[in-house]
Unconditional design. Structure first.
Length: 111
């Protein structure tokens, strides 16, 4: 966590950085956090745990996270499929988001 970057205080999204945050008012307020890739982050295959050298493709996913300021929080995360030399195209391993999860690990653990 960087004290120079208040956006990083929200995170815990290893391998990613906050690009934009939007608050949407309504009957149930929402906070949308848009993530981008952290430069230099290692690409690790979710299948075998080995490092990969290349990205096969990228798909954007939206998952829920812990509430921020009493607002339902959604995180838009670009998920990479790595070109693993051992397994072929596999999702990148993320400590904070399971393979097909619709919520972050910390939200799942808080319930």
């Amino acid at each position: 966590m960087s004290f120079d970057d208040p956006m990083s205080w929200l995170g815990g999204w290893e391998g990613y950085r906050v690009e934009t945050i939007q608050r949407r008012e309504g009957e149930q307020p929402e906070v949308w956090v848009f993530l981008g890739f952290q430069p230099g982050a290692a690409l690790i295959c979710d299948g075998c745990g080995e490092a990969a050298d290349a990205v096969h493709d990228i798909e954007c996913r939206v998952v829920r996270d812990l509430p921020i300021l009493d607002a339902t929080t959604f995180v838009s995360v670009p998920r990479r499929r790595v070109a693993c030399p051992r397994c072929g195209p596999r999702l990148e391993r993320l400590s904070w988001l399971a393979r097909y999860a619709r919520v972050t690990t910390r939200l799942a653990e808080s319930v």
